[in-house]
Ligand binder design. Structure first.
Ligand code: ADP
Ligand code: MG
Length: 160
């Protein structure tokens, strides 16, 4: 487990940007935390670092948003599982197809689809500081070799 502190939206975005540059096909990044904790801010940075052709926006009303990259025709999926409740929901959205599609996957509200997650995933929990409006704690947990590698690189760059 690794803890990173962000003191501004720009910094959260920057950490996301750095991670986005590292992402490969098959990587799964789970982002959880209260509303307003910074998941979408972070995701926007990931999209930018990864190199989406269009800026990444909040997917709340579409559940899954697909982003392309001309460079190598890779795909980044941004998933908001907030509205997914039953296992059947997950099936109808084609979750397994997304995990099989060989893209990188960013997931907001991943706890809703926990049983569907691939074994190897990086989990980032966002917490809002009680005493400081612009401070966020990012708690990173890796489950698997690839996500551990991503965690180690982020720790080396942003940890203290
Ligand atoms: P979520 O997707 O988790 O609901 P958003 O990223 O949409 O959260 O919103 C985060 C809000 O908190 C934004 O309005 C942003 O400007 C603000 N904010 C303040 N400080 C930070 C910080 N350190 N990191 C991320 N967002 C921050
Ligand atoms: Mg959001």
């Amino acid at each position: 487990m690794t803890i990173l502190i962000s003191t501004s939206p720009e910094q959260t975005r920057q950490i996301g940007y750095y991670l986005g540059q590292l992402l490969d096909a098959g990587d799964v990044i789970c982002l959880d935390g209260d509303l307003g904790a910074g998941k979408t801010t972070f995701s926007a940075g990931v999209g930018e670092g990864w190199g989406t052709e269009h800026p990444l926006t909040s997917p709340t009303f579409v559940i899954v948003q697909q982003y392309d990259r001309a460079l190598d025709r890779q795909v980044l999926y941004h998933l908001d599982a907030y509205r997914l409740d039953a296992e059947g929901d997950a099936e109808s959205v084609g979750l397994l197809d997304i995990f099989d599609a060989n893209g990188a996957v960013l997931i907001e509200w991943p706890e809703k689809i926990r049983s569907w997650l691939p074994d190897d995933h990086l989990w980032i929990h966002f917490t809002i500081d009680d005493n400081d409006d612009s401070r966020r704690t990012l708690t990173l947990q890796a489950a698997g070799n690839r996500s551990l590698m991503l965690l180690d690189v982020l720790k080396a760059k942003f940890g203290d």
